[in-house]
Every structure is written in C-alpha cells, then in structure tokens.
Write a protein that binds this ligand. Structure first.
Ligand code: KG4
Ligand code: ZN
Length: 364
C-alpha cells in the first residue's frame, strides 16, 4: 500500500447527489482534491419535503457527470485511485441503489476495492478530515432525519448515547415553518424570522429537560407551536417572528441541557482525555443561535467545539471518501460486490431501536 491513499466517494442517500476525490497521507492528513454536490432542493420544494422517486431519478440523471467532474477537478483518473467508496445506507433506498450500483460498476471495471459506507460514519469522521481530531470525541448529528449524540471511539467503533424518540430536529424546524406558512426547507426560514422576534413571548415546552437519559423529543414542541399559532390567528408578521424566536429558544435550551449532560458523562468516562471535543454535523448545525449555545456550553465544560465548514456538515461525498480512507488505513476489509444497500443502518450495533425514532428514518 502506498503511503498516500486516494479514494473516489459517492453520496446519493437523500436529496444531494455528490462525488469527491479525497487523499490521505501517511500521517493521516486528508485533502479534498475535487468535489461536486448537486442539491435537488428545487425539485422537492413544491412538495414541502423530499419525494423518494423524484430523488432517485435525479440521482440517476446527474451521478455519472458529477463523478466525471469530481475526477476532472482532482486531476486524477479512475485508474490512479486506490478504492471506491459509496454510501450504502441509511437513507432512501432508491437513491442508495443508484449510488452503490455505480460504485460497484466502477470497482468492477477498474478492479479496485469497494467500501460500502455508512452515511452516519461519514458525518462522524468528518472532523478528523477538517480538524485532525483524535479519538475519542462526542458528535451531535442534527439533520432532517437524525438527532443523535454519539460517542466516537474509533473507526467502526461508536456508542449512541442519545437519539430522538419522535421527530428529528430538522424535521421539527421544517414542520414549524410549514404550519407558520414559511417556505421549505424550514430551518433557514425560521432562523431568519427569529432574528426580529421576541424569544420570551411564548414559553414552549423543553421536552425531557432535567432527565438523566440523553434522548431528545421534539414533537411536543411542534404541537405547542401549533396551539399557540391557532390561539392568536390570523398571524401578523411579528407574531410569526415571535413564535420562531420562542421556538428556537426552546430548542437551544433543550440542547443545552441534553448536551451538557453528555459532556459531563464524557468527562467522567474519559478523565484522561486531554483534548475533549464536541463535533456537530447535519444541516441544523447551520443555525447561528444553536451554534452559539453549543460553543458557550463547550467553553463552560472545557471542551473544544468543532463545527466543520457548512458544506461538510451537510450531505457531501468528501465525507464518504474520507470514511473509506479511514477504514482502509485502519486495515478494515473492503466490501464484497454482493453488498446490499440498507435503508436502516444504525452506527451503534448494540443500540436498541427506540420506538418512534426516525419515522422518516431515511434521511441523515
Ligand atoms: O443535513 P441536511 O442538509 O440534510 C438532510 O437532513 O437530508 O439537513 C437538512 C435539515 C432541514 O431539516 C433544514 O430545515 C435544517 O437542516 N436546517 C436548519 C438550518 N439550515 C438547515 N435548521 C435550523 N436552522 C438552520 N439555519
Ligand atoms: Zn447526512
């Protein structure tokens, strides 16, 4: 094996089609040589959410040329690569089939090994690509399909400490936006409105606050928002802004409580760890108020707060290539070409499935 490893990554698990070429040197430093992400936002916005069939079709149409473009930008040819990495779950099954089949075809044609990557492992390891973070660390994944607090012990070694028992946080933002008549995706719209709102006007519930378990719950919050909105209809622009600000405040208080407990647990378990860190990933990590809350929390508990650049927090193929590189460098075996895509694929093999969690289950 040469000291530099280079992998093509493919991501098609939800509504982003992406390809990237990433390299890793002998010291473990990664460099993105070329990457492309094509968002399908426009195709889905009329429906207020991702439509699986439309997503799968859009992946088919775009993927080949995106791979060509990523290779072009990287200055590499397929034959110079060490392996192919493709997301094979969790996610929308149609899209996963498109990406994994393409990865298999390239692996077969070039004779390179194939790594079937867990999308969540991609998110979990990104901070090592961007910040060179050492194991162990904590990761908070907050996206449209997932809300998880995970202990990242090493490559292929994860312990889920908390997950949502109902809606994912991004989903709660999207549903709140929808019932207030704001556009999809809801997160950015809610954040924008919240800037001119009064966060103290409505006191929304802070679910599971004070409970020792590290799980999350957001459906009660959404119901409370609906009831508050119905009680004062018709809503003025200021009413909508105040609801958004109050909703965001409730979310950030809840995260502060849950994550604060997670940081304490990490410290108790790893008193020797000199470089404690919390990593965030997922689209909701774009939210300024939540970032500030987490940053302050980390400072208080003596943790480094690591937030990869937004383009690497949301779905992308560089993280898939990187996860492949990490697996390869760790000596983990490549996958057989008979490997099947999986719409559900928990990172932590021991963690029990929580009733009601990840109903949409597909998005990460
Ligand atoms: O990771 P991501 O891009 O993709 C999937 O989940 O597939 O996350 C998208 C989610 C959406 O629910 C969106 O509303 C939310 O991230 N989001 C935000 C913000 N930007 C995106 N939520 C809160 N504040 C934001 N600024
Ligand atoms: Zn994701």
């Amino acid at each position: 094996m040469s000291s530099h490893l280079t992998i093509l990554g493919i991501e098609t698990s939800c509504d982003e089609t992406a390809a990237a070429v990433v390299t890793r040197d002998a010291e473990g430093r990664g460099t993105i040589l070329g990457e492309v992400v094509l968002s399908q936002l426009e195709e889905h916005s009329a429906y207020g959410g991702v439509v699986p069939e439309i997503a799968a079709r859009a992946h088919v149409e775009a993927l080949d040329s995106l791979i060509g473009e990523a290779l072009l930008r990287s200055g590499r040819s397929l034959s110079s690569l060490d392996a192919i990495a493709a997301t094979s779950g969790p996610g929308l099954i149609g899209g996963l089939i498109v990406g994994l089949m393409t990865g298999k075809a390239i692996a077969r044609a070039t004779g390179k090994p194939l790594y079937a990557i867990n999308h969540l492992e991609g998110h979990a390891l990104t901070a090592r690509l961007t910040d060179g973070l050492a194991f162990p660390y904590l990761m908070l994944l907050v996206s449209g399909g997932h809300t998880q607090l995970v202990l990242v012990r090493g490559v292929d070694d994860y312990e889920r400490w908390g997950t949502t028992i109902d809606d994912a946080l991004g989903e709660a933002f999207d549903k709140t936006a929808k019932l207030l008549g704001l556009p999809y995706p809801g997160g950015p719209a809610v954040e924008r409105m919240a800037r001119s709102g009064d966060p103290k006007r409505f006191i929304f519930p802070r679910p599971l606050l004070g409970e020792a378990r590290l799980d999350f719950s957001f459906s009660g919050l959404k119901t409370a928002v609906r009831q508050a909105a119905q009680a004062i209809e018709p809503l003025s622009e200021q009413d909508v802004a105040d609801i958004c600000a109050s909703f965001q405040r409730a979310v950030s208080r809840t995260l502060k409580d849950r994550i604060g407990r997670g940081l304490e647990r990490f410290r108790a378990l790893h008193p020797e760890s000199a470089a404690r860190a919390l990593v965030v990933a997922g689209g909701v990590a774009a939210n300024g108020e939540l970032r500030m809350t987490l940053q302050a929390l980390c400072e208080k508990h003596g943790f480094r707060f690591s937030a990869p650049p937004l383009a690497l927090c949301t779905d992308n193929a560089a993280m898939i290539a990187w996860a492949g590189l990490e697996r390869m460098a760790a000596g983990l075996a490549a996958d057989d070409l008979s490997v099947a895509p999986r719409s559900r694929w928990p990172l932590d093999r021991e963690a029990a499935a929580l009733l009601g969690s990840g109903k949409r289950g597909a998005k990460a």
